[in-house]
Design a protein around this ligand. Structure first.
Ligand SMILES: [Zn+2]
Length: 241
């Protein structure tokens, strides 16, 4: 028996409504989904802990992962590029050009000289990083196929890296093996008297990975003996490591 006209038209309306709702849902998912797998909003990883702070990547705002929340770098603590000074080659890894804020450079040099007298070699493979260089580090990892959520466990979002202040150093080897080096034990005992601290120490139950190789001069640390080389044409070339 043919379906009554009223019921048939009601069924069509229902089908159209269902189809429209389905399209709306897909559109919503596409709009909300982060373009990078492994990030909040992406359907595969909806549960990453974030806070209300945001950082920008390729013009898009992203929520900041919990491990970096509250650690945004105060713009007032950013050095001007012309003020940065090069770390002596003796304390730099290979031929890396390492630049730091004058106070950090002086304090580190004093500390490394003292360590050398104790038979400990302190070599830096990363110092000042501009915000754009920090961004390029992130993007490089993503382009290599790593997921943004994992990358952000070990690399700070732009605007959150202590390296942007010119007061942080990564020591060689800049990986977890550094904790087994005599240099690490030496730093734990002596770095404080030169104004340096371990920024991301081992903490039970903490979400932030342990970074034994990363040390920074506490804000307003040791006074500088170095005149910043801010004359025109003297500014170092960036990005640096
Ligand atoms: Zn570092």
């Amino acid at each position: 028996m043919p379906e009554p006209i009223v019921r048939r038209s009601r069924r069509r309306v229902n089908e159209r409504t269902t189809r429209a709702a389905r399209f709306a849902l897909i559109a919503l998912l596409v709009t909300c989904a982060s373009p990078y797998p492994g990030y909040p909003g992406h359907p595969e990883h909806p549960g990453t802990a974030v806070c209300a702070e945001t950082f920008t990547l390729r013009g898009d705002p992203y929520p900041v992962p919990a491990r970096w929340c509250g650690q945004v770098i105060d713009p007032a603590s950013l050095p001007s590029v012309g003020d940065l000074v090069r770390l002596p080659a003796d304390f730099s890894f290979a031929d890396y050009g390492i630049y730091l804020a004058p106070r950090a450079r002086d304090a580190f040099a004093r500390m490394a000289e003292r360590a050398a007298r104790d038979g400990i070699l302190l070599r830096v493979d990363s110092g000042y990083r501009s915000r754009s260089y920090q961004t390029s580090l992130l993007l490089r990892r993503i382009e290599e196929g790593q997921d943004l959520r994992e990358v952000l466990r070990v690399i700070a979002p732009p605007g959150y890296s202590e390296h942007e202040t010119g007061r942080a150093v990564d020591l060689v080897p800049s990986d977890p093996e550094f904790a087994r080096e005599p240099a690490y034990e030496w730093l734990r005992r002596h770095a404080g008297s030169f104004g340096f601290r371990e920024s991301y120490p081992l903490r039970e139950g903490a979400d932030a990975p342990w970074e034994p190789w990363h040390w920074s001069l506490v804000s307003g640390g040791a006074p500088s003996r170095t005149q910043p080389h801010s004359r025109p044409g003297q500014a170092p070339t960036f990005p640096v490591r």
